[in-house]
Design a protein around this ligand. Structure first.
Ligand SMILES: *Cc1c(COP(=O)(O)O)cnc(C)c1O
Length: 353
């Protein structure tokens, strides 16, 4: 693989030639700083003190903490404004608008297609297998054209909740002739280890994670991309210079001092997921609850659209996924607190009557 893979063949020529913007804060972070036209009289209210400075452009401290946690080097880590920024940058780096193509495996996360559309990139959809929602490896490889640049996989997958079979992932990473993006937004709720350390071994593997789910910090918008040092350097070149703001970075760094709590909460959600699945299955309006390695359940119902409306009328909001391929009559339900789940179950019981 290493010998066959030529990153330069995949990177857009304009990106290869790019001279990135050079920001003042890149060179000096302390001293008598008169280089960036910041406000020398500091911020306007006490809580904001220090925020008159631009944030660190390359986020060395945060990237080092993430790298240590997953057992890679900080040169293998990029931090962005949610996973969405990582996805957007990968399109910018690898896909020529109007020419190139990517492959997705529906039913899956909608952002891959939206981002492709924004960049005028065609999407070839190869459905997951009916029943177990595993990737159909041969069909994916057969869908590859000379302009296919990236493949999106999601494990555990949203909205189906299942982990992808590791052998299928390995075969795709080894045989797909472009970049394989593995979205692990829900990996910390699963029984599998992250693939992030494998980016050192596989030069075409990119792993996405986020602080939005298991870390409980969706509000700060912090997404993580793991990849080879070469891919990460392209991302650093193309990103907006100050993409991660100082508040986000401060909270993300503090999260690493609270890993015990984060782990405890992920475990609690996993336990509650099991309870909720059992209670849903007792209802006569529920046909099937798919096994989940994430913090949500996909449930096949009798008349999901009506049930969805009934729940909305009671101010209980779940996600209707019945329009997705292979998800007919399915609702996606986030695992709530024990109280919230009880409220949901009793509302569903009323509908069952
Ligand atoms: C929630 C989710 C994300 C998170 O996106 P952010 O932009 O980091 O909040 C990424 N991928 C999948 C599959 C998700 O479900």
């Amino acid at each position: 693989m290493d010998n066959l893979f030529d990153l330069k063949k995949l990177v857009r020529p304009n990106i290869q030639k790019l001279t990135p913007y050079h920001s003042a804060r890149e060179d000096f972070e302390e001293g008598l700083l008169l280089d960036a036209n910041e406000n020398s009289l500091n911020a306007p209210f006490p809580e904001a003190e220090g925020l008159h400075r631009y944030p660190a452009p390359s986020q060395q401290q945060l990237r080092a903490l993430i790298a240590e946690w997953r057992g890679v080097r900080k040169e293998n880590v990029f931090v962005g404004v949610g996973s969405d920024e990582g996805i957007d940058l990968l399109f910018r780096i690898f896909c020529r608008p109007g020419n190139d193509r990517v492959i997705t495996t529906p039913p899956t996360y909608g952002m891959y297609k939206v981002s492709a559309n924004i960049h005028d990139i065609s999407v070839d959809e190869v459905l997951l297998a009916e029943g177990d929602f595993q990737p159909r490896v041969n069909a994916i490889l057969e869908a590859v054209t000379s302009n296919t640049k990236m493949l999106f996989l999601c494990s555990p997958n949203n909205p189906t909740g299942n982990l992808l079979n590791p052998d299928a992932i390995t075969q795709l990473v080894e045989e797909f002739p472009g970049i394989v993006i593995l979205d692990e937004a829900y990996i910390d709720f699963s029984k599998q280890k992250s693939w992030s350390p494998k980016v050192v071994e596989y030069p075409n593997l990119v792993v996405l994670q986020t602080m939005s789910k298991s870390f409980g910090l969706a509000g700060i918008r912090l997404g993580i991309t793991y990849a080879s040092e070469d891919i990460i350097s392209y991302m650093m070149k193309v990103k907006p210079p100050y993409n991660i703001n100082a508040l986000t970075s401060r909270y993300a760094i503090t999260a690493f001092k609270n890993m015990d709590t984060i782990q405890f909460k992920a475990d609690a959600i996993k336990k509650e997921r099991k309870q909720l699945a059992e209670k849903l299955l007792e209802l006569n309006i529920v046909d099937h609850v798919y096994p989940s390695d994430a913090n949500f359940l996909l449930a096949k119902m009798k008349n999901a659209r009506d049930i969805y409306e009934h729940l909305v009328n009671r101010n209980i909001i779940v996600r209707y996924r019945g329009d997705e391929p292979l998800c007919e009559d399915c609702l996606r339900i986030t695992v709530g607190t024990p109280d919230e789940n009880e409220t949901l179950i009793s509302a569903l019981k009323d509908i069952s009557l």
